[in-house]
Design a protein around this ligand. Structure first.
Ligand code: NI
Length: 199
């Protein structure tokens, strides 16, 4: 990477922090930093454009419907204001990497996209994924559990999404981590039900 790209990555970090600093939905700046670091880790020994991976990871949640209003254009603004040549590739990853996009039948289509998507999905599972799931439910005034695996509670979300993510991982390096984290969530659920059912 050249000096200008390194500077732009730092700038993207500061920008993401300024927008997500006061987020309590689980999509806060620390989530973005973890996704960024994980994406770099998954990029090791791979022939990928690290500048694209870095910016896509750092900017990926800035216009997420869960946290910003529908018409926000934070990603576009940043790419435009900084005259970033790779803007189209970066936007393409960000617009197609989410689980809701996947459910609608669209997906990322290059290695940079697969890596950033894996990094984001890994942060949705395991110990941190559990913490983020409950944080998001609290943010949305949803309950922990209602003896139901198909409602809007936190525990139901494990079955609707979190336990399924392991099968949607793209890269081998991420798959190993996903398997470990999914096992942890299954054990967690077992313990949860044990404590729930008081006899
Ligand atoms: Ni995310």
């Amino acid at each position: 990477m050249n000096k200008k790209q390194v500077e732009l990555i730092e700038k993207a970090k500061t920008y993401a922090k300024s927008i997500l600093e006061n987020d309590y939905s689980g999509h806060d700046f620390q989530h973005v930093l973890r996704v960024y670091k994980m994406a770099l880790k998954l990029s090791r020994n791979k022939d990928v454009n690290l500048f694209i991976v870095s910016l896509a990871a750092l900017l990926h949640d800035l216009d997420d419907y869960k946290i910003s209003d529908k018409d926000s254009s934070n990603v576009k603004d940043f790419l435009l204001n900084n005259n970033i040549q790779e803007a189209e590739e970066i936007k393409n990853i960000i617009n197609n990497m989410s689980y809701s996009t996947y459910v609608k039948g669209n997906n990322v289509s290059n290695l940079e996209g697969y890596i950033v998507q894996d990094a984001d999905r890994l942060d949705a599972i395991g110990a941190i994924g559990i913490a983020r799931c409950f944080a998001y439910s609290g943010y949305k005034n949803r309950s922990l559990y209602n003896n139901d695996k198909d409602d809007e509670s936190s525990i139901a979300h494990f079955y609707q999404k979190l336990l399924r993510l392991q099968d949607l991982i793209n890269t081998e390096a991420a798959e190993k981590i996903a398997v470990e984290r999914t096992t942890f969530m299954k054990n967690y659920l077992e313990q949860f039900y044990k404590e729930w059912d008081i006899e």
